[in-house]
Write a protein that binds this ligand. Structure first.
Ligand code: NDP
Length: 491
């Protein structure tokens, strides 16, 4: 690193003052040229005879070819899972726990490789895949391994029995982590699984299938079927499923709920969000600015609990906005495989188009736009970090989930107004409160209709902590004892 100019102010201007050498990640991703479906403990060619391309959003290059599962393939996966269920569910919890520990350790052994594959396939910065997604996925397996032989403490005085075969459909924003959130509690309790990753991010799930094989998990306990929405619909509709667990858009979540009505299948939905990040005038402003940045730009804003609505007290608006813009200018947007990168590639062309359309709509409705002038790569899908000011509660960009690196900014004068505005949304997944006063945090948090409310922090996760929403953000919890109980029948 070489100093270019002398510091001019005590402000965060590293972006102007320092030049970073590129720091490309060089570890191999270990991605196969082609992946079949993982059914009954082995990779098999799809009955559909169809395959689709896995394209990296980093540079639009094909990185693999993936099997497309049709209804017959999904049926074969359910048959395998149903066959594996009696033995797996009867296994002593301590034995199931050993398999989960083994999966966690195998993932740790190949952590770097999985991180590179996740970045190549999904576009997230290698720093995040390496330091968050992969370790957190391993942590979920460790945590649930710990529960497997202590289930009597999860529901004291009651018997907790596995449900049967569980169908799980996961999204593209945290492919490996969402797999861990879904698989670990289901397996700990003795369920068997048919899991469908998102079409555009199937690679780490298929690499995880290799770990399942290496861990010696009995065939059929976990089956992974790949494909798009039709494959997901076949997973949801299959008569064998005792429960469906879905994470994704509210629209598809509502469809699934309609589809399952009257079938007796259990359902948990983790859907979208439009989290309010509320900053009071007594907050530590610099700390809050970091929290705002993390709240919206983590994983390019492809986060269901992102703090995508900033609510800032009017008296500190100009200071917060000035500091926020300065901090945004230091964000490095570009090649996700570069270890310096803060904001990587947008997950897909379709998502980039959706973000662009939403931001254009915001501007045409009168929003004042601020974007950093970072140079974006020519190939691949990228969007500059964006602030939308001058907006009101009725603007689309304030109401609808954008799922990109775009922050809408609103102001408030009193705590009551902050609560009113924060709750004025169809969603109810997350919120953040920034204040110097503990009592104020507790008073505000208790009035917010959100599944998780962070205090002087944002986007903090832990396997022991339940996560889930209210209203159109879904129902059911994932993580912690509460998430575990979603996979069992209390007798
Ligand atoms: P979807 O809800 O379509 O995708 C989520 C998962 O559901 C994917 O595996 C998808 O498959 C699958 N799926 C799609 N249609 C069906 C169906 N009819 N039955 C069963 N499964 C189905 O989300 P999108 O990818 O379209 O993203 C749209 C918006 O959703 C985003 O802009 C964002 O606002 C929100 N979103 C929220 C997420 C969250 O974590 N809450 C995660 C992802 C998106 P496939 O992708 O292969 O088509």
């Amino acid at each position: 690193m070489a100093t270019k100019k002398k510091p001019v102010a005590r402000e965060l201007l590293f972006g102007d003052l320092w030049e970073f050498d590129p720091a490309p990640e060089t570890a191999p991703a270990g991605i196969a040229d082609r992946y079949g479906l993982f059914i009954n403990g082995e990779f098999v060619a799809p009955k559909s005879k169809k395959w689709f391309d896995a394209i990296s959003p980093r540079d639009e290059k094909k990185i693999s070819e993936i099997a497309l599962a049709n209804a017959a393939d999904v049926d074969a996966a359910y048959v395998a899972a149903a066959k594996a269920f009696p033995a797996w569910s009867k296994l002593p919890g301590a034995e199931r726990g050993k398999y989960l520990y083994r999966l966690a350790r195998l993932l740790q052994d190949r952590a770097r490789e999985f991180a590179v594959a996740e970045t190549l396939d999904g576009g997230k910065p290698i720093r995040e895949a390496r330091d968050f997604d992969v370790p957190m996925a391993a942590a979920h397996f460790f945590y649930h391994a710990g529960w497997a032989d202590k289930l009597e403490y999860a529901a004291p005085g009651r018997d907790l029995k596995a449900l049967g075969v569980v169908g799980q459909v996961i999204p593209w924003n945290f492919p490996l982590l969402m797999l861990a959130w879904k698989l670990a509690p289901a397996l700990a309790l003795g369920n068997t699984v048919v899991l469908k990753p998102a079409e555009c991010t199937s690679i780490t799930a298929l690499k995880f299938a290799e770990l399942i094989r290496d861990a010696g998990l009995p065939p059929g306990v976990v089956n992974i079927v790949t494909g798009a929405g039709d494959t997901g619909a076949a997973v949801v509709r299959h008569k064998t499923a005792a429960k469906i667990a879905f994470t994704g858009s509210t629209g598809v979540g509502k469809w699934i709920q309609r589809e399952l009505a009257g079938t007796g299948k259990r359902l948990t939905l983790e859907l979208g969000g439009k989290g309010a990040n509320i900053v009071f005038e007594d907050a530590a402003i610099d700390q809050a600015v970091e929290g705002i940045i993390n709240g919206i730009f983590f994983n390019q804003g492809h986060v269901c609990c992102a703090g995508s609505r900033l609510l800032v007290q009017e008296s500190i608006e100009s200071e917060v906005m000035r500091k926020l813009k300065l901090r945004m200018k230091t964000l490095r947007t570009g090649d996700p495989l570069d270890k310096n990168t803060d904001i990587g590639a947008i997950n897909s062309k379709r998502q980039l188009e959706r973000i662009t359309e939403m931001v254009d709509a915001g501007v045409s409705e009168g929003a004042e736009i601020f974007q950093t002038d970072c140079e974006l790569p020519k190939k691949g899908f990228y969007f500059a970090p964006t602030l939308l000011g001058g907006v009101t509660q009725s603007h689309r960009v304030v109401k609808e989930e954008i799922f990109g690196p775009v922050l809408s900014v609103l102001t408030f004068r009193t705590p009551d107004e902050a609560v009113e505005k924060a709750n004025n949304t169809a969603y109810g997944l997350s919120a953040g409160v920034w204040t110097d006063k503990g009592s104020k945090y507790l008073a505000i948090a208790s009035q917010l209709k959100a599944g998780v409310v962070w205090g002087n922090s944002f986007n903090k996760f832990d396997p022991t902590s339940p996560f889930g929403g209210f209203k159109e953000s879904g129902f059911g919890r994932e993580g912690g004892r509460q998430g575990l109980l979603e996979y069992g029948e209390l007798c």
